[in-house]
Design a protein around this ligand. Structure first.
Ligand code: EPZ
Length: 430
């Protein structure tokens, strides 16, 4: 099992190219199930989750070709995937696969819409919370899908096709919005999704669906109006830059001090996180090729945040924010409102010397003068990278175990940090 060793205390200086967003690449790949034409996706990040979804889609019958190495000026440009779902040969997404990656549950909507049937394993709980799928199922039922649960599987049928409807989500859900949006593209007539998730990854998928021939109004807002089409066409689409990777590196620069350009970063996709970062005393400027983040020796001011759906402060940056303010010059309060159990990093940060008190959904972080390196355990993707941030500012050596969590969502993490002056290395053990 791989481990990452970090020797803290080095400032970050230089340029970090931002990869394509994992959470856009995954639903975009799934959108290939909606057409028998070729969907070409550019800027796909090379991540464990992308590789797992590739296997799942191949199992449904999707042909997937990845362009070979290109003579490009930057080795960091993501891969180009060509996905063709000419014949869907299997409408079952098995437990062994769905349980390893929740986003694979999102094949449900496209499969029912295109094939009139699907059998998709319930994803089950996960480390950050119970994560039900009731909103997905209610949304698909509203489009006319008949759904039953049998032996841990969702069995969905729509023998005469789906029919457009008005769906008002009682709660904002990224996944349910993806699932229902994709299903609605092949439903008869118009679908109105109210209280839709506004996350930029949803917008990216909607833009791609428009290229595939669907009429969608309200992209980027909480009301999406979709005119169902008889068939979707192929398209070429480039995956949006990863706002969570951007925020993670921005917080890392704030943690260590230094001056880094985040190439390709889009400010409007993480304004709330950048505002919070600004309040810590970190400078964030827009530059021609992205964002420049810098902090000279000034103290980190404490800052309090509450996670919210977009455009609020993202839950996927909560752990990284917490790592940063462990060294603040006062007390910060961090409230997690999206997932009920997304504080696994607290115990591990405490191993490095952080002073954090948890009460329900709220963490009170009393800034300490220094962190000390220690062996720690990665628990989920974003929690793991918060340990990387803490380790970068800790004195001495930190060894992070179970780094496969990091490989699910961060492309070339060690390389990107090392090139900016961090001391990060990976060891593999059988
Ligand atoms: C997506 O998960 C992301 N995953 C998550 O990123 C992200 O944390 C989350 O959205 C919130 O932004 C991907 O895009 C692949 P939700 P998703 O449905 O869609 C509740 C990462 O680290 N809910 O928006 O599963 C749910 O329990 C991951 O990259 C229901 O109650 O999240 C949660 O409390 C982790 N019923 C809230 O809604 C439902 O049917 C928001 O979840 C669905 C969700």
């Amino acid at each position: 099992m791989d481990r990452i060793k970090i020797v803290g205390g080095h400032k970050l200086n230089g340029l970090i190219p931002i990869s394509g967003a994992k959470n856009a690449a995954l639903p975009l790949m799934i959108a290939s199930l909606l057409t028998d034409d070729r969907l070409t996706l550019k800027n796909v990040p090379n991540l464990a989750d992308v590789n797992l979804l590739s296997r799942i889609l191949r199992n449904h019958g999707v042909d997937l070709a990845v362009d070979g190495k290109r003579a490009t000026p930057s080795a960091y440009i993501g891969e180009t995937f060509h996905l063709t779902a000419r014949d869907i040969v299997d409408t079952t997404a098995p437990y062994e696969m769905v349980s390893r990656m929740r986003a694979s549950f999102w094949v449900l909507g496209p499969l029912i819409a295109r094939m009139g049937r699907a059998r998709v394993s319930l994803p089950g709980g996960c480390a950050i919370g119970t994560r039900p799928v009731d909103l997905h199922l209610e949304g698909l039922k509203a489009l006319g899908a008949e759904i039953e649960i049998d032996a841990g599987y969702v069995i969905a049928k729509a023998p005469n096709g789906l029919v457009g409807n008005r769906i008002t989500f009682p709660k904002v859900s990224v996944g349910a919005t993806h699932n229902v949006l994709m299903a609605a593209t092949l439903a008869k007539g118009e679908t109105l999704i109210e209280n839709a998730a506004r996350e930029p990854e949803v917008g990216d998928v909607a833009e791609c669906l428009v290229k595939m021939g669907v009429e969608i109004e309200g992209i980027g807002t909480s009301t999406l109006k979709i005119q169902g089409a008889d068939r979707l066409e192929g398209a070429v689409h480039s995956v949006v830059p990863d706002r969570i990777e951007t925020g993670t590196f921005a917080f890392a620069v704030a943690a260590t001090g230094g001056d880094v350009i985040l190439e390709g970063a889009r400010r409007e996709h993480l304004q709330a996180a950048l505002d919070a970062l600004g309040r810590t005393g970190t400078k964030v400027e827009s530059v021609a090729n992205g964002l420049r983040v810098s902090r000279n020796g000034a103290a980190i001011s404490p800052v309090s945040v509450e996670t919210q759906p977009f455009p609020g402060f993202p839950t996927d940056l909560q752990a990284q924010m917490m790592a940063l303010v462990t060294r603040a010059s006062g007390t910060s309060v961090i409230r997690e409102t999206i997932f009920e159990n997304r504080f696994m990093h607290v115990q591990e940060l405490a191993r490095l010397g952080a002073d954090i008190h948890l009460h329900g959904d709220t963490a009170t972080v009393n800034g300490v003068k220094k962190l000390r390196g220690a062996p720690v355990m990665a628990t989920d993707l974003r929690a793991s990278v918060s340990l990387v941030i803490a380790a970068l500012m800790a004195e001495g050596e930190t060894v992070i175990n179970r780094v496969y969590h990091l490989d699910r969502g961060f492309e070339r993490l060690e390389e990107k940090l090392t090139r900016c002056g961090a001391e990060v290395s990976r060891t593999s053990e059988a």
